[in-house]
Design a protein around this ligand. Structure first.
Ligand SMILES: Cc1ncc(C[n+]2csc(CCOP(=O)(O)OP(=O)(O)O)c2C)c(N)n1
Ligand SMILES: [Mg+2]
Length: 278
């Protein structure tokens, strides 16, 4: 990645974080922690890696797809989609309000640019497997991306999906784990540990890549590039494990650990967040 890209992503991720906080502050509370931990991952995918995206034709045949299996990160996608021109910027402050196009959890029937409905943890990755299988059967060349939570990975459905994706040789499926080590009511290890997560995915016959800093856009881009090439070469689905920080970039969220999963955001806190992201 060139220095120009690095500067672009640094600025873009600040913009996305500000829009996330604007939406959540406008309704007074939301999933701050898990929305902030996946900003870099989704930004690299949506602004650089994904192909055949067109805001004027969000359902174009053969486009790459992105499933937010941790569907509570809807506000991160809405910030990106508004910035990319999929819908008017003033929708951001309608987040989760009556008759909104932007429910807190992603819904493909409400929001242009959302490829799959999610929110019941575990289902999104299973749907991503179906999309990847469909794309493979059609031979349309699409890559299917999917973001999974680490707490979400305690769901049995994730591992059924993992099994079938490898059994059907879905080399066009690239998933990412937002490994922020925290879930809704404690650390992932306290609730039901995933360690060793890389060995688990490898044993399901996936390509596995680990990104030491899941907020470094260079590292994310390299991992996605490697995953895409590996999937083409060996027909295996890929998992990219991103070591991230829940609440990244907003101190009052980061500091409280798992408690930042879903929090109130006052107008004063919103102002503080804007200053930190300036
Ligand atoms: C099947 C199911 N069980 C429980 C929930 C409630 N829930 C919402 S988010 C969450 C924690 C998810 O943790 P993680 O996947 O680590 O998300 P992140 O840290 O990225 O926010 C839980 C238990 C749900 N949405 N779906
Ligand atoms: Mg988590």
């Amino acid at each position: 990645m060139s220095n120009m890209d690095k500067a672009f992503f640094t600025e873009k991720c600040k913009t996305i974080r500000k829009l996330i906080m604007e939406g959540i502050a406008s309704i007074g509370s939301g999933h701050v922690g898990g929305c902030l931990s996946c900003v870099e991952a989704l930004t690299v995918l949506r602004y650089k890696m994904m192909e055949n995206l067109d805001p004027a034709n969000p359902k174009a045949e053969g486009r790459d797809r992105l499933v937010i299996s941790k569907g509570h990160a809807g506000p991160t996608m809405y910030a990106i989609l508004a910035d990319q021109g999929y819908f008017p910027m003033d929708w951001i402050t309608t987040l989760n309000k009556l008759n909104t196009h932007l429910p807190s959890h992603t819904d493909m029937n409400h929001t242009p640019g959302i490829d799959m409905t999610a929110g019941s943890l575990g289902q999104g990755i299973a749907n991503a497997v179906g999309l990847a299988y469909g794309a493979k059967l059609k031979g349309d060349g699409a890559t299917i991306y999917c973001l999974v939570g680490d707490g979400e990975s305690q769901e049995g459905e994730v591992w059924e999906a993992a099994h079938i994706a490898a059994a059907k040789n879905l080399g066009n499926l690239i998933c990412m784990t937002d490994y922020n080590k925290l879930q809704i009511d404690g650390s992932v290890e306290q609730v039901s540990g995933l360690h060793p997560l890389d060995a688990k995915w490898k044993s399901f016959n996936w390509n596995v890549f680990e990104v030491a800093d899941g907020h470094d856009t260079d590292q994310i881009e390299s991992a996605v590039t490697l995953a895409k090439a590996a999937g083409k070469a060996n027909g295996k689905p890929s998992m990219i494990i991103l070591n991230t920080v829940k609440g990244k970039g907003v101190s009052f969220a980061e500091e409280i650990g798992f408690a930042c999963h879903h929090i109130a955001v006052s107008p004063e806190q919103y102002e503080q967040a804007l200053k930190e992201l300036a």
